[in-house]
Design a binder for this molecule. Structure first.
Ligand SMILES: *Cc1c(COP(=O)(O)O)cnc(C)c1O
Length: 465
């Protein structure tokens, strides 16, 4: 399968090259030239498959001709072997026809493990085959860093460097990253904020001459196509468990960079009957404003109790826009050019299509805390703040009570003790057993000034020969 850029001016690439490339040279994001589709009969025949078997069915067409069936199944099996629950993505019922899809059963307690365990194993496979070594460089405000490190720590051909803003990630998040002591894993605590980390990243991807001979950078943020692709699977998995495809299912998704919910949109395009797709945002609500008022304008970042959704601009939204504008790369290029001023407006047609596909809702911190408290008091089910936003958005926007509503639970509550305490819990939620000793583990990280040369020098000198 070939992959093309949303801005229409970059050469098309194979699957493996897309995974190693990140942003397209024209500034766009890569998407498949043609999305695979499945008939209702074919989807129905998958009832009862394990998560790993289903993942194979869905991912295989995307990698056809490049990765053999047996290699693909092995990559998938390895990626989900470290999950704590045999179902991988278990469903928990919270009300009549309302379900939570627990996507936090992976090694770092956030849904990002679904994509990053897979990406790590995929990179390992591709790099071994090519006898190539790469440097993974990423910036994190919390969950991405730990999931990327867990995904790459066992990869011989990868050295990974993760930048986080010094003293600005939670203790659980920092410990999860910095207590991985293998010699290909490096954490940099930058004396600055998350934006500073991202700027370092951008500059380094733009000019990679600081790297040792023969090395290139690979991106693991959510613009990496493999991450989106791996996330399509759990939409099918949940729908099949709840009577799909014979009946439609709705999903509500706590949304930041638009990667997770975009995978849901793709599932629908590939043939899965999905009724509603709900974009749930915190006070950083650019997507909610866009869908409800055609107001896609940058606003100052608000630090919320759901920090993994604290974004000013959702990068994967461009992939949706590409489809809404009938895959016209020049239209997207123009739109993104307009957006440099800080805002853009969708055409009437694009807005109408977006509204037909998505509902949206926004919650502030106070409302989020109320939801966590209320659901715990009624059901003794403890939500993390991101999931709470998703659940409430589902309840507020739901059109049809007969259609099962699935809320994606993106993190375990133990990752976000501050919100949980504010919701009236008198103890921090317990970490799962495999992490109970997290706070006793030894840490290693390098504190560096907000100085590009210093960061690049650190990286260059720690890449293994
Ligand atoms: C990353 C993250 C999100 C947002 O996902 P996107 O794909 O960026 O929309 C939501 N919740 C948690 C806990 C996350 O880590």
């Amino acid at each position: 399968m070939k992959y093309i850029s949303t801005r229409g001016e970059a050469p098309s690439l194979s699957f493996e090259d897309v995974i190693l490339t990140g942003l397209a040279p024209d500034g766009g994001l890569y998407v498949p030239e043609q999305l695979p589709t499945f008939s209702q009969a074919e989807i129905a025949s998958w009832v009862g498959l394990s998560y790993q078997q289903l993942a194979f069915k869905i991912i295989a067409p995307f990698v056809a001709g490049e990765i053999s069936d047996s290699d693909l199944q092995a990559i998938i099996d390895k990626s989900y072997s470290g999950f704590r629950h045999d179902a991988i993505a278990p469903l928990v019922q919270t009300a009549h026809n309302e379900w939570i899809l627990e996507l936090f059963q992976g090694p770092t307690l956030a849904f990002k493990d679904f994509a990053l365990q897979f990406l790590g194993n995929l990179l390992d496979h591709i790099l071994k085959k090519r006898d190539q070594k790469v440097v993974v460089m990423g910036a994190t405000s919390g969950d991405t860093g730990s999931a990327a490190i867990e995904g790459c720590r066992h990869c011989d051909n990868i050295d990974i460097f993760i930048l986080h803003p010094h003293n600005r990630v939670s203790d659980v998040q920092r410990k999860q990253m910095t207590s991985v002591l293998t010699d290909n894993v490096h954490n940099i605590a930058l004396k600055g904020n998350f934006d500073d980390c991202q700027n370092m990243l951008k500059a380094s991807f733009g000019d990679q001459s600081f790297l040792p001979e023969g090395r290139q950078l690979v991106a693991v943020n959510s613009i990496n196509w493999a991450r989106i692709m791996a996330q399509i699977v759990y939409y099918f998995y949940a729908a099949l468990a709840l009577g799909g495809p014979a009946r439609p299912i709705s999903f509500s998704v706590p949304t930041g960079n638009f990667g997770d919910i975009f995978a849901g949109y793709l599932a629908k395009q590939m043939g899965l009957p999905i009724d509603q797709l709900v974009i749930a945002t915190n006070a950083n609500d650019i997507l909610h404003r866009c869908i409800s008022d055609n107001d896609h304008s940058k606003k100052e970042l608000i630090h919320s109790l759901s920090p993994s959704m604290d974004i000013m601009v959702s990068s994967n939204f461009e992939r949706l826009l590409f489809d809404l504008y009938d895959r016209d790369g020049s239209a997207i290029k123009q739109l993104m050019e307009d957006f440099k001023t800080g805002s853009m407006h969708l055409s009437d047609k694009a807005l109408a299509s977006a509204r037909a596909l998505f509902s949206s809702y926004r919650l502030d911190d106070e409302e989020t805390i109320d939801v966590i408290r209320e659901v715990f008091e009624n059901d003794e089910y403890l939500l993390d703040p991101h999931t709470a936003i998703g659940l409430q958005a589902a309840r507020k926007t739901r059109r049809n009570q007969d259609v099962p509503m699935v809320c994606l639970s993106t993190a375990h509550p133990a990752k976000f003790p501050e919100a949980v305490r504010k919701a009236g819990q008198d103890k921090d939620p317990a970490l799962p057993h495999h992490m109970a000793d997290l706070f006793e583990r030894e840490e290693r990280f390098e504190v560096l000034d907000k100085d590009l040369a210093a960061v690049q020098k650190f990286i260059a000198s720690h890449v293994r020969a």
